[in-house]
Ligand binder design. Sequence first.
Ligand code: SF4
Length: 380
Amino acid sequence: MKSVPVEVVAESAIPGPERINLLGMDRRALEGFFARMGEKPFRASQILKWLHARRVTDFDAMTDLSKALRAKLASEAEIRVPEAVMDQRSADGTRKWLLRLDGSNAVETVLIPEKSRDTLCVSSQVGCALECSFCSTGVQGFNRNLSTAEIIGQLWYVNRLLDAEEPGRQVTNVVFMGMGEPLLNFRNVIPAAELMKDDHAYGLSKRRVTLSTSGVVPYMYRMAEVTDISLAVSLHAPDDALRDVLVPINRKHRLSELMKACRHYIADKPHRRITWEYVMLDGVNDSDTQARALVKLIGDIPSKVNLIPFNPFPGTDYRCSGDARIRAFSDILSRAGLVSTTRRTRGDDIDGACGQLVGKVADRTRRRQKREQRMRVAQP
Ligand code: SF4
């Protein structure tokens, strides 16, 4: 593991609380902003290009805007970009950055390089309000939602860095699988996803932007109304009784409701499928019977199953299933006609693997303290 502190200074104007950060505005918001200034809608495309495609943060350098408009923008708006406080590289090439937010919070963003793509795993909240029992982010507690600027800023930051290191290299895929439940920050996540897809900003196709939810069913229906990005579901169990323990939001939104919402999301979307995330926990959810139950549950939905070897973290009682067990589980899915892949664990030496992101959370739920207290009591 290699870990270096980094210094990034925003080239932008001096931040001021009353000035709006243009980094977090999607096309619709920018068009509204310019309309209020008496400007034409095409200004939105110009700004998107400067900000996100060219990563220019100095209004004076935006030469296709009139001098008067540049001066107006400098007085009413700002471009505030993220600052990384830590840059870590795994032996397998995975990279993780800790991005500073307000005083006591920071979030993590992880780049997973592969032969034909560079996937960025972005965070949507500081910590997470849900308490999935196998997830170390959940253990950290929750502080707040990230703003759209803080979400898109993760992609902005990593693209700038990649381009500086290797001209032309950019993130090719984004997954909302970092810290937090993205659908519980719907308001800020959807505009960030729209920016990712906008041709004048990042131009990623709908298939290359994936939102992963633990199953916040009402927002899955809202999502279907406003976006066409890909959907992944953190499933992890084939029945309600076990899922109640592993993914407690299941107590509120049962599997039958979740399946209905998934079918609805891909209805009328030809060639689309749901990606199911299934963490492999030794002796918990990895038996042949459970594999067959999984086939029964999702078998009639166009699907891809990602089997994820569990990444242990301090204080957890779970263990990862053995290789042979994962293979046996996967074989049952394949024989039933389901596409299944076993995700290689990436970046586990820098805690950048799935379920290992912790960032720096000024926990408002006191969950971490309660857990540490419980562990102290349990120790002999
Ligand atoms: S798995 Fe996702 S939803 Fe569950 S606690 Fe972790 S970050 Fe939150």
